[in-house]
Design a protein around this ligand. Structure first.
Ligand code: ADP
Ligand code: MG
Length: 353
């Protein structure tokens, strides 16, 4: 079975207006209460291989939404894409073999921050798995289980520690292929936040696939974010978070997968084995103050499992909701009062997983 991402639906609900963007692509869906009328703009688009939904409130809401989508698309095309000819990552990959590639300062800065996260996660996040993902057909649609020998050979080329980043140039060894798939959507959310803040937007919720940016010019504003039920349809949620400004990203094993011989093969790989990560989790949702970090951490924590994720989350002042394969749910200390389980029949809150 091959699962495709669907487009979102926007619906209005309730007496007070609640804009509820149900994201099929995202593991998170959100609902935002608007207390004021007018000056609101909602849109849905596509970038970074994902659906982008925007709900903005402010004087220049429509123009700002257009600029956000434009800048995310430009970042993808010029910096982050593996497939867009001429992007920095594309050129770095084409020059694998320790040939120095000049890149934009933004790409160098994003790579430096990401490599620090690879290191902090003890390699659970590893952006050098591009060729291994390709062997599984992730992203290409040609899904297959590669022979063990093929995976072993590809793993010899991987390793984030082999990538060297200077102020505006990158070098990495032959056979390696960098893949920013685990952080691109979070970076897109950072871009959205910067533009919203710079354009005097009062309130914005922007989602890019499984990453969501929550912004308000008032630090009293709260947002309600639903966490997708991993066993349900894209619009079903199992609990809600009440959050202030920040970024939320979810990684789950139901997002992209195929089944063969009764076994599910999903798209988050354990860099140590080259096989889909199997830490007993179904999904991890991370909340913190950086889009890049929230996206990177959700992927890393999914690979690491509950116990090993805790010190990593602490290092980045991040909070998380873990869902185990058996419906057990565990939240970190900072979310204890902010998370509410809404599906009490399918899930149980526990102190540790
Ligand atoms: P999604 O792309 O569904 O939002 P993630 O943010 O968790 O999910 O990123 C998964 C993507 O990152 C994969 O599709 C693949 O391109 C890449 N990837 C898979 N495993 C890893 C890993 N351990 N470290 C870094 N990138 C990974
Ligand atoms: Mg991620």
């Amino acid at each position: 079975m091959d699962v495709e991402k669907k487009r979102p639906g926007l619906s209005m609900k309730g007496t007070a207006v609640i804009v509820c963007a149900v994201l099929a692509a995202a593991a998170v869906f959100f609902a935002v209460d608007y207390y004021r009328t007018g000056r609101r703009y909602s849109s849905a688009g596509y970038a970074m291989g994902a659906v982008v939904t925007q709900n903005l409130e402010g004087r220049s809401a429509q123009e700002t939404a257009a600029k956000i989508l434009q800048d995310i698309t430009a970042a993808e095309r010029k910096s982050l894409s593996r497939t867009a000819e001429g992007s920095d990552i594309y050129r770095i990959n084409a020059a694998a073999g320790n040939i120095r590639t000049e890149v934009g300062a933004d790409t160098a800065a994003r790579l430096t921050e990401t490599l620090a996260l690879c290191k902090a996660s003890s390699g659970a996040l590893d952006i050098t798995l591009g060729a291994v993902s390709d062997a599984w057909g992730i992203g290409t649609g040609a899904r297959r289980v590669p022979p063990a020998g093929e995976i072993a050979a590809l793993l010899r080329q991987t390793g984030y520690g082999k990538v060297r980043v200077e102020a505006a140039a990158v070098t990495h060894p032959e056979g390696q292929s960098l893949d920013m798939g685990a952080i691109g959507k979070g970076i897109a959310c950072d871009i959205a936040k910067d533009i919203a803040a710079a354009n005097g937007i009062d309130k914005a919720v922007v989602s890019v696939g499984g990453s969501v940016m929550l912004y308000s010019s008032s630090d009293r504003e709260t947002f309600t974010v639903g966490i997708r039920n991993p066993d349900g349809t894209a619009s079903e949620y199992m609990g809600i978070l009440t959050l202030k400004n920040g970024f939320v990203s979810t990684s789950g094993n139901y997002e992209k997968y195929f089944e063969l011989g009764g076994k599910r093969y999903h798209h988050i790989l354990d860099p140590a084995t080259g096989y889909p990560a199997d830490s007993g989790l179904t999904s991890v949702t991370v909340f913190c103050q950086s889009g890049l970090a929230s996206d990177a951490l959700s992927t890393a924590c999914f690979v690491l499992g509950y116990e090993k994720s805790l010190p990593l989350l602490e290092k980045y002042s991040a909070q998380a909701v873990f869902i185990g394969g058996d419906g057990k749910v565990c939240v970190t200390g900072g979310l204890k009062d902010l998370f509410k389980l809404t599906d009490e029949r399918g899930f149980t809150l526990v102190d540790q997983l």
